[in-house]
Design a protein around this ligand. Structure first.
Ligand SMILES: Nc1ncnc2c1ncn2[C@@H]1O[C@H](COP(=O)(O)OP(=O)(O)OP(=O)(O)O)[C@@H](O)[C@H]1O
Length: 265
């Protein structure tokens, strides 16, 4: 029998989301492959968090087709298969790092018989995010960056097939950022996980296998960093992104001009 290629971690067709009076995602088509790191980049307010919430099934007023690990977004069986870290770390301040992890591990994998497995997963997740030396510190006593790493450890507990990380490296020093990016690559390579990681730090874009570049609720480009640079003739992803934004603005101006010429005839 032939081995079936694994499907993409996420496939969106015609994804649209409305928040209040505004359409904040406009008819998006994209895929996030399994076993790869995909960067979601774009300026503040362009819709990155909304897109991630749609993938998690927590965003209201979403239309279009959105498949996550082959199932419709928000399907109950996806909960244990996806790790999600929001921008505001959700940890209990009055518990230690280890107690936080133990609490979430018990929710994910309950029962006395799973105790040894839980213990192993908790220790591994704490080690993955480099917090072993702080395992017994109260979350209240951690720095912001350390707290966000506890959230990341929670997301890693169940060995998820897909990780959705909303700006996971904000506020971290360069050494930690590098270590976390190494961890993201290891998760993709060794465990075959798909990762969707938002950032507005363009040098992080260079570390992704693929990029989704967003602007004002639309995807301007979906490409690897190398192809993006080659296609735009730019030296960096940041320069490529700016070139694409300028091209989109020029196209919009040209379209408005031809529309007003037509209507004035
Ligand atoms: N509750 C809301 N009602 C109406 N509009 C909203 C609401 N929440 C967010 N928006 C708008 O939706 C758009 C997309 O927001 P979103 O948080 O997805 O952006 P983002 O790219 O994640 O930004 P950032 O990088 O700053 O986190 C923004 O323009 C924002 O103003």
């Amino acid at each position: 029998m032939m081995n079936k290629e694994p499907g993409p971690a996420i496939r969106a067709t015609g994804l649209t989301a409305v928040r209040g009076p505004r359409t904040v995602l406009r008819d998006l088509d994209f895929t996030v492959p399994a076993g790869r790191v995909t960067g979601l980049l774009g300026p503040s307010g362009c819709g990155k968090s909304t897109l991630m919430r749609a993938v998690m099934g927590t965003q209201a007023k979403v239309a279009g087709d959105l498949r996550v690990l082959g199932l419709p977004a928000g399907h109950p069986s996806l909960r244990a298969r996806i790790g999600y870290v929001t921008q505001a770390p959700a940890v209990f301040a009055d518990l230690t790092v280890r107690q936080n992890l133990e609490y979430f591990a018990a929710v994910l994998d309950p029962g006395r018989r799973a105790a040894a497995r839980r213990e192993e997963n908790v220790t591994r997740a704490i080690r993955d995010v480099d917090l072993t030396s702080h395992a017994d510190a109260l979350a209240a006593h951690l720095s912001g960056g350390q707290r966000s790493r506890v959230s990341l450890a929670v997301a890693l507990l169940g060995s998820p097939e897909l990780l959705v990380l909303d700006e996971p490296t904000v506020g971290l020093d360069p050494v930690l950022r590098r270590d976390l990016w190494d961890l993201f690559h290891a998760l993709a390579a060794d465990r075959g996980a798909g990762l969707l990681i938002s950032s507005h730090v363009m040098d992080e874009a260079e570390r992704c296998h693929g990029l989704l570049l967003m602007r004002e609720g639309e995807i301007l480009a979906q490409d690897s960093p190398d192809d993006l640079r080659a296609r735009t003739g730019a030296d960096t992803v940041e320069a490529a992104f700016l070139t694409l934004i300028d091209q989109a603005a020029e196209a919009a101006t040209a379209a408005t001009r031809s529309h007003s010429q037509e209507t004035s005839r």
